[in-house]
Design a protein. Structure first.
Length: 263
């Protein structure tokens, strides 16, 4: 039986606009109609009480509001629905009266165009699995930090690796710091097969003689390279863990209740 999952988007503010900082599971349904009705109700509340109060600070409007193509797309829609444009360059901000005059169906359609929805409805197979990264020593999971803290996971390993590649570029990436701390007098103390580790590191341009002093620097490297190095270590730092939908919900609750344990 399929599962219907409503995700809540959480918004951060960067002194210029609101942006999606992360998401977490709001609720799970067995019935598609119930899930769609619940998601619609939540989204309308988000649009009417959050977006309408912060219309000019929506990310897409802030970044593209006066771009001719974006402006035409939005104004064509509101002109068709209520006979007035939402984006008026002379006013230098969107017309909230136009926004508030839209009916519920049109409001939801506009949310798709503005890409500022507060909720997502996703259908999964009953046996869906997700993949996350776990720190072996601390038995905690990798999380995304910032204004909010979220479990770092994906429905596929390929996507997890792509996301990890981006994650490694963050200034405060915990994984980068842990691999840099792998300083030993020789590679044989790091890996069961030092020759394989040396070959892998050399293929990425590492100065092998500097590893004992500076550790393994993953900045600018891919997620797959990170895990390839990890697998060769005598004491691996990470492991890829498969999680059920229920386990993801439990972890998200644990992270919400005690974020400092994970971050």
């Amino acid at each position: 039986m399929a599962k219907y999952v409503i995700y809540t988007n959480s918004f951060g503010y960067n002194d210029e606009c609101f942006y999606v900082a992360g998401s977490f599971i709001d609720s799970v349904f067995d019935d598609k109609d119930e899930a769609e009705a619940a998601c619609r109700k939540l989204e309308l509340k988000h649009q009417k009480y959050f977006v309408s109060e912060h219309l000019r600070d929506q990310e897409s409007i802030f970044e593209y509001g006066w771009d001719e193509g974006f402006q035409k797309k939005i104004n064509d829609f509101t002109n068709e629905k209520v006979g007035k444009p939402l984006l008026v360059p002379e006013e230098d901000e969107p017309d909230d009266r136009v926004f508030n005059s839209l009916n519920d169906d049109d409001l939801l359609s506009l949310a798709d165009l503005l890409e500022n929805k507060g909720y997502q409805l996703v259908e999964y197979d009953d046996v869906v699995s997700f993949f996350a990264l776990k720190f072996i020593e601390s038995e905690t999971f990798l999380v995304e930090g910032g204004e909010c803290i979220y479990l770092f996971y994906s429905e596929s390993k390929d996507t997890l690796m792509k996301d990890l590649s981006v994650f490694l570029e963050w200034d405060d990436c915990k994984i980068v710091e842990l691999f840099k701390s792998q300083t030993r007098s020789e590679l044989g103390e790091l890996a069961e097969s030092p020759s394989l580790l040396e070959k892998l590191l050399k293929s990425e341009g590492f100065n092998i003689n500097m590893i004992p002093k500076k550790g393994i620097d993953l900045e600018g490297k891919t997620g797959q390279f990170c895990l390839s190095v990890n697998e060769l270590l005598k004491n691996p730092i990470l492991e890829v863990v498969s999680l059920s939908l229920g386990e993801v919900r439990e972890l998200e609750k644990e992270i919400s209740d005690n974020p400092q344990r994970f971050y």
